[in-house]
Write a protein that binds this ligand. Structure first.
Ligand SMILES: Cc1cc2nc3c(=O)[nH]c(=O)nc-3n(C[C@H](O)[C@H](O)[C@H](O)COP(=O)(O)OP(=O)(O)OC[C@H]3O[C@@H](n4cnc5c(N)ncnc54)[C@H](O)[C@@H]3O)c2cc1C
Length: 459
């Protein structure tokens, strides 16, 4: 079987690899870089910056650990160099995997001529036509742009440019208090910029369990971050060497000046090379419409990743890739979104899976809540990172409906609860499972105990 995959992000490259492993003759078309947004301008490079910020904070706190050390300043050129090196290592790894699985990688911009033919404009200006028996669309997403005057001024950036900043801005305003906005806010605030986050909605991290956001806010504010919610950006103007932002909030219109502005107001599907109207490809809003098997309305055409209406996350994109390939090879497997974890890499980390308490209420479910604070966890205290909580929402039968974590390594700890949620493991079963001591995972164990009011180290 000949399969063409358009786009080599975590959706496309994973689909290409899996299809090749199953014996298909695969062509993978990519106009920029293997690994797509996630590896080059998203998940991975941001976490390199997050780690530098984390270590910088740790250096400043070493005196609390009985150590003496003098650190001079963060070196952004070195951070960017390390970021590039990590990205190159991963992209190189994907290149090798493609070669090993004999995936034919075509570097150029693909245009879908019809469901069985893609025309590729190669870098040298020539064209190559690729025929297929099955086409997988994985063209990803791009930053959403707002119709606001001044967004094209020098000094106004998207996350892509921010990742290559070689000098620390003295002041930075971030438009958008979602996951990406807060991650950058945390990085630059920690490294020494004066950071303000402007969010249109009444709270940051919309969709996250309200109690978690409520607990997080004072921690962020204490770190020096200025957060303006229910505030709309009207315009950006140049003012001497700075940028002046005209904002409208509950107290009226105000002007804020900053050296740089980062726009993080979400992402929209990219359908570059996919003329939906001409092809007759059905959309759902801006997203490509798919059925539970990830098939579009065009026979033999699948769509996966950020272009379909599911959480815009790399691991979801990869899971969709695997499901689509299973279906191409004849297995009728619906995509399962019942347990999708998500994490926000700030300090302390936020991670969650399943229903929020608000959603459980809205759905009229009977539920119990278990909570365990990291202040009562030995390992968290040894790390000096005892802020936060593990909150579990369990149904009547003890099965986990949702879990919400704020604290050290939350992005790792959520895996146990995701496994439990996905496979119906109850809080009672977790509470009868021995966890290593001392470990942060004991906070998960104790939170499971606490669903029955039986936490050992907290009451
Ligand atoms: C700053 C930032 C941080 C993020 N952090 C995280 C995180 O920590 N965890 C997480 O899960 N997610 C994160 N994400 C989201 C994650 O990057 C996306 O969900 C993921 O990359 C989607 O994968 P995809 O394969 O659908 O699309 P993409 O990764 O966008 O890849 C699509 C690829 O298709 C190519 N393409 C498009 N059109 C054509 C064409 N016509 N011809 C050839 N090639 C084409 C593009 O060049 C691109 O390489 C982050 C995103 C950003 C921006």
């Amino acid at each position: 079987m000949r399969i063409t995959v358009l786009g080599a992000g975590p959706a496309g490259y994973a689909a290409a690899l899996r299809a090749a492993q199953k014996g298909a003759k695969v062509t993978l078309i990519e106009k920029e870089r293997l690994g797509g947004t996630c590896l080059n301008w998203g998940c991975i490079p941001t976490k390199v910056w997050v780690e530098s910020a984390h270590r910088w904070r740790a250096i400043q706190e070493v005196a609390d650990f009985g150590l003496e050390c003098t650190a001079h300043r963060p070196n952004l050129q070195a951070i960017v160099a390390r970021k590039n090196q990590v990205v190159e290592t991963l992209v190189g790894g994907i290149q090798q995997l493609m070669a090993k699985q004999k995936v034919h990688v075509l570097r150029g911009r693909g245009t879908v001529v019809n469901p069985r033919l893609v025309s590729v404009q190669l870098a040298d200006g020539s064209r190559e036509e690729v025929e297929n028996d099955c086409l997988i669309l994985a063209t990803g997403s791009v930053p959403a742009s707002l119709p606001i005057p001044g967004l094209d001024l020098p000094g106004v950036m998207t996350s892509k440019e921010a990742l290559d900043l070689k000098e620390l801005p003295s002041s930075l305003v971030i438009i958008g208090g979602g996951v990406i906005g807060l991650e950058f806010a945390n990085i630059f605030q920690t490294l020494g910029s004066k950071v303000t986050v402007v969010e249109l909605l009444p709270c940051v991290l919309p969709g996250v369990d309200v109690e978690i956001v409520r607990r997080l806010m004072p921690v962020l504010k204490k770190s020096g971050l200025d957060i303006k919610v229910s505030t709309k950006l009207l315009e950006i103007k140049k003012q001497d060497n700075m940028l002046a932002l005209i904002l409208e909030g509950s107290k009226g219109v105000e002007t804020l000046t900053a050296e740089k502005v980062l726009v993080a107001t979400g992402r929209i599907p990219s359908l570059s090379g996919v003329e939906t109207k001409a092809l007759g490809l059905e959309l759902e809003g801006r997203f490509v419409k798919v059925n539970p098997y990830l098939e579009t309305n065009l026979p033999g055409v699948y769509a996966i990743g950020d272009i379909v209406k599911s959480p815009m996350l790399a691991h979801v994109a990869t899971a969709e890739a695997e499901t689509a390939v299973e279906n191409i090879f004849g297995k009728r497997q619906a995509m399962d979104y019942s347990a999708v974890p998500a994490a926000v890499y700030i300090s302390p980390e936020v991670a969650y899976v399943g229903l929020t308490e608000e959603e459980a209420k809205e759905q009229g479910l009977t539920y119990k809540v278990g909570k365990f604070p990291f202040t009562a966890n030995g390992r968290a205290l040894t790390l000096g990172e005892a802020q936060g909580v593990v909150k579990i929402i369990a149904g009547e039968n003890g099965r986990i409906l949702g879990a919400h974590l704020l604290g050290p390594q939350a992005s790792e700890l959520v895996a146990e609860l995701t496994l439990a949620l996905r496979w119906g493991i109850t809080t009672e079963q977790i509470s009868h499972t021995i966890h290593a001591h001392p470990s942060l995972a004991e906070a998960v164990l104790e939170s499971a105990h606490s669903v029955f009011g039986k936490a050992l180290h907290f009451s």
